[in-house]
Design a protein around this ligand. Sequence first.
Ligand code: ADP
Ligand code: MG
Length: 281
Amino acid sequence: MYKTIGVDLGGTNVRCGVVYNGELTKLKSTSLVNKSYEKSVLNQIISLIKENFDEAIKGIGIGVPSVVDPEKGIVYDTVNIPSWKEVYLKDELEKVFNVPVVVNNDANCFALGEKYFGKAKDYKNIVGITLGTGVGAGLVINNKLYNGNNCGAGEIGMVPFKDSDYEQYCSGMYFKEIQKISAIELYKLAKEGDPKALNMFHEFGDNMSSLIKSVIYTYDPEIIVLGGSVSNAYPFFQQNMYDGLSDFGFPKSVEKVIIVVSELENAGVLGAAMLIKDSLK
Ligand code: ADP
Ligand code: MG
């Protein structure tokens, strides 16, 4: 057994941990303070990894919120980090740390973390949905991560919805840009029973039911695991989300599918660390 590092890059936060024997230790996280330059984001990631790096680390896996050339480890057109247009992430990190680096999509890493260590462990067909700055999904099909050609399979946030796309209606963006309040602030208000806050989460639940329908129609999974920080508010939107599924065309599928919230401290970091483990075998 050897130690690896997993990194989960989001549009708001970056998290990094050491994984040894399937155990996540030394979890460190920081908010991205300056997203204006490719280098500033890269340097924040490097600093965080340096806090955890030592000579026992055999490789680094990193999930990023965009599409990726998995062979070359190049990240393209990161919607929530606009300065990241074409980043040679694998090369940049290998240059600094001198160990193999594997890059994939953040939601794919989340799904992988749930498959190996989380609530999806006993299932073959899994969709992991990350509700964070944006929304994305990762797919495990017949026990195997399905990447698509650019690690972009399941990037459901970009699918058109209403006047925009799911990202605008089913992630932290819904609150920030449409409701003009952050999801975390709203969560605090909802916990105090604030009727307006509860109502916004109910509307969010209505939007989520459309997203879940799209997921079940396209992938028909056994289990859907929700993650990302917005999933903390699940108790406030769960009812509306389920109510909206009542007119689903194949009622048996809705009856059978299991929808849960992740209980792992950080599935995305664990999944990212597993990327490198799989490639070092
Ligand atoms: P990233 O996109 O960087 O992976 P996160 O998964 O941490 O980030 O999600 C960030 C979003 O989650 C922000 O919109 C923030 O307001 C929201 N958020 C953070 N904590 C909570 C909470 N307890 N309940 C609801 N939303 C939250
Ligand atoms: Mg994330």
